[in-house]
Design a protein around this ligand. Structure first.
Ligand code: ATP
Length: 317
């Protein structure tokens, strides 16, 4: 089998990719692999280097160093070849003010040389999938921010592509539009599309992504599946206890190892522990021996949001 015919396992492979602006290193020698047909979430705090990385991967800006292979093509040598095969939705709004919703989709299809019949069908499909049918005749200028964002994302699906880059696509969308978009994306991935996706909404990453990378100050600090990130970093659980009498519970429980009191109102106590089962038993034993009646209790696993915050905090330390 010739080299070109070999099966592509990774849609993105980058090695030591970096970008500097003068003395400032925005992206600092990162390595990543994104499997074909998967949704890859790229998370990080403001200014971490997400958009800069995305702009390099989409060939909008040249890297300062390193290698990148996109869809089997050398990203440094052949950027134009890559652009023909990818879709990109950046953070900045981009629209023509006087065009109607349906004309915006139509025009985008024409730009990509999509055949007329296919174009017409796609416009109709996307108007329905993105809940735009009722406002198809409205001008972009007259749309709400969320509606405009929906048109911007929908438009990208007018053309065929193998890999789609989405930079915070759900910003400005209400919860039902957001869920609609995430489910639409999931459907497209089932049909073979690969997605590289940045977001600040961690529930979204958890719902959507097969793999997640966390970047901070230009360096990758964790890469894993959402479930494995939770296993590795999120053994801690939060225990919440509600008692019916005012008590100084923090003092009563102060001798228990691996039990960090987060909040104590006298009747409601919240503690965190990575050995929640043993700690919970200890707490209940101490409260019973001090005749403190427990009204309610719950044990909640750590959320991806808490893991994200703690991984970023540790990498800053
Ligand atoms: N053209 C530029 N010139 C100088 N510095 C830049 C330029 N573009 C980006 N930066 C800097 O590079 C760093 C990374 O920016 P980037 O936009 O990639 O962050 P981000 O992770 O996408 O952040 P956010 O979540 O806020 O969108 C920031 O400190 C930013 O100020």
């Amino acid at each position: 089998m010739g080299r070109k015919e070999s099966i592509l396992l990774y849609s993105i492979e980058i090695n030591s990719l970096s970008k500097s602006y003068g003395d400032f290193i925005a992206v600092d020698g990162i390595d990543l692999k994104v499997e074909k047909g998967k949704i890859f979430g790229f998370l990080g705090p403001n200014g971490a280097g997400k958009t800069t990385t995305m702009k390099m991967l989409t060939t909008l800006i040249p890297p300062s160093g390193g290698k990148m292979n996109i869809l089997g093509i050398d990203g440094i040598k052949s950027p134009l070849e890559i652009r023909k095969k990818i879709g990109v939705v950046l953070q900045q709004p981009s629209y023509e003010p006087t065009l109607s919703v349906e004309k915006s989709l139509e025009k985008y299809g024409m730009m990509w040389n999509v055949e007329k019949k296919i174009r017409k069908n796609r416009v109709e499909e996307l108007l329905i999938s993105f809940d735009l049918a009722d406002i198809r005749k409205k001008k972009n200028d007259d749309l709400s921010i969320g509606q405009r964002r929906r048109v911007q994302v929908a438009r990208e699906f007018m053309h065929d592509m193998e890999l789609l880059f989405l930079d915070e696509p759900t910003v400005g969308l209400d919860p039902s539009a957001r869920r609609g978009l995430l489910d639409f994306i999931k459907g497209k991935v089932k049909d073979g599309l690969t997605i590289f996706f940045t977001t600040h909404i961690l529930e979204e990453a958890e719902y959507l992504c097969d793999d997640i990378a966390i970047i901070n100050k230009g360096k990758i600090i964790a890469v894993d599946t959402p479930a494995d990130l939770k296993n590795k970093f999120g053994r801690e659980k939060t225990i919440k206890i509600h008692v019916s009498e005012q008590k100084d519970m923090s003092s009563l429980l102060s001798g228990i190892p691996d039990c960090t009191v987060e909040h104590d109102s006298g009747t409601v106590l919240t503690v965190r522990s990575s050995q929640s089962e043993q700690v919970l038993q200890e707490i209940l034993k101490i409260l019973a021996s001090n005749h403190v009646p427990v009204e309610d209790l719950s044990v909640v696993p750590t959320s991806l949001e808490e893991i994200f915050l703690s991984v970023v905090k540790n990498s800053n330390a």
